[in-house]
Design a protein around this ligand. Structure first.
Ligand code: UDP
Length: 311
C-alpha cells in the first residue's frame, strides 16, 4: 500500500521532532526546516530511515512537492527566540502560512496548523475557550508572535471559506518534554537546567502568574487524533493541560524533583507577560474525545531525565 506522504514544516523543532517519531514508521515524512531554532540533533536518528527526507529551507520560500497531509509547525515559538528577530517571526507566521496554504490548495492536501494560546494575549476571560477573541497588544514585544499567529489563523480560515480547503487548526498551550532546547528561555527548560547546575532559579516578576503545562506525548496524541478526524470542522481547538500552577509552584516542584541546591531568585517581570493561562478543553473532549493523561510530576521526571543527558 502507498504510504501517506506528509510534510512537516519545523520538523526539527521540539513538537515537530516528537511528531515525526510517532508518524515515521507508517508514513513517508518530509521534514522542512531551516534550523533557525530547530535542532539537528532532534532529527539525527531519523536521517537514515527509509521513510524520511529533509529539505533545508525556510517556509519564507515557495514550497514545492505534493503531499497528502501538511503539518505547519514552522515558527520560532519561545518568547526568547521569537523576540530575538521579531520581523522574521512575523514574516514566518504570515508569509510561511501563505506558502504552505498555496501548496495545499494546489494539491488539495489536508493542512494542519499550529496556532497558539498566545493569540488570547493577557486574557480577561479565564479559562480561555475558543470563542474568546483575546486581549493582545499590537505594538508590544510579544506582538510579532501573537499578531503573526492571529493573522495566520485568518489566512487559514479564508482559504477554507474561499477554496473549501480542509484545514485543521489547533491552539497549543504551554507544552514541555524531551527535545526542548536547553537555551530557548522557557520556564520549564530554564528551571530544570538551572536546578541541575545548582544555579539560581530565575522567577520573572512575583511568580504569582500562572500557566498550565501539557506533556509532549499527550499533545502529540491530541494532534494525531485531530489529524485522523474525518469530519471537516476546521477548528480552532485548544490543546493543552487544564491543571494550572503558579510559576513559583513550578520552581519549587522542579527544585525538589531534581534535589537541587539552587536558590530561588526574582528578576524583573517581562513586558506584557500574561498573568493567567489555562485552556478550556470542552471542545477537545467532546469532538476529539481527547484529554491529557500525564500528570506534571511524571512528565517533569521524564523531562529531567532527558535534560540530564544533554546538559
Ligand atoms: N519565566 C520565569 N523564569 C524563566 C522563564 C520564564 O519566571 O526563567 C516565566 C515567564 O515570565 C512567564 C512564564 O514563566 O510568566 C512562562 O514563560 P515561558 O517563556 O515558558 O512561556 P510563555 O507562556 O510566556 O509563552
Amino acid at each position: 500500500m502507498k504510504k501517506t506522504k506528509i510534510l512537516i514544516t519545523g520538523g526539527a523543532g521540539f513538537i515537530g521532532s516528537n511528531l515525526i517519531k510517532k508518524l515515521i514508521e507508517t508514513n513517508y515524512i518530509v521534514c522542512l526546516d531551516n534550523f533557525s531554532t530547530g535542532q539537528r540533533k532532534n532529527i539525527y536518528n531519523f536521517k537514515k530511515h527509509k521513510n524520511f527526507e529533509i529539505i533545508n529551507q525556510s517556509v519564507l520560500k515557495k514550497i514545492s512537492g505534493k503531499y497528502d497531509f501538511i503539518y505547519n509547525l514552522a515558527c520560532p515559538a519561545s518568547p526568547y527566540h521569537y523576540q530575538k528577530d521579531p520581523i522574521n517571526t512575523f514574516k514566518t507566521s504570515i508569509i510561511g502560512s501563505c506558502n504552505v496554504l498555496e501548496n495545499a490548495y494546489k494539491n488539495n492536501s489536508i493542512i494542519f496548523h499550529a496556532s497558539t494560546s498566545e493569540i488570547y494575549g493577557d486574557p480577561l476571560k479565564h479559562p480561555q475557550d475558543e470563542n474568546y477573541f483575546g486581549n493582545v497588544s499590537t505594538i508590544g514585544p510579544r506582538a510579532c508572535y501573537d499578531e503573526g499567529k492571529r493573522a495566520a489563523e485568518t489566512l487559514f480560515f479564508d482559504y477554507k471559506r474561499m477554496h473549501s480547503l480542509n484545514i485543521k487548526l489547533v491552539r497549543i498551550f504551554n507544552t514541555y518534554g524531551p527535545n526542548m532546547s536547553p537555551n530557548d528561555g522557557r520556564v520549564i527548560s530554564n528551571f530544570i537546567v538551572q536546578s541541575l547546575k545548582n544555579k539560581p532559579i530565575t522567577i520573572y516578576g512575583s511568580g504569582r502568574q500562572t500557566r498550565s503545562f501539557c506533556y509532549i506525548d499527550d499533545l502529540i496524541n491530541g494532534i494525531i487524533t485531530y489529524a485522523k478526524l474525518k469530519k471537516n470542522i476546521g477548528g480552532p481547538i485548544n490543546l493543552g493541560n487544564d491543571k494550572e500552577y503558579s510559576i513559583k509552584e513550578i520552581a519549587i516542584i522542579i527544585k525538589n524533583l531534581t534535589g537541587s541546591k539552587s536558590k530561588i531568585v526574582h528578576k524583573e517581570k517581562q513586558v506584557d507577560d500574561p498573568y493567567k493561562r489555562r485552556p478550556n478543553l470542552k471542545l477537545s473532549k467532546s469532538i476529539l474525545k481527547w484529554s491529557p493523561k500525564i500528570d506534571l510530576n511524571q512528565g517533569l521526571m521524564n523531562t529531567i531525565k532527558y535534560f540530564k543527558t544533554i546538559v
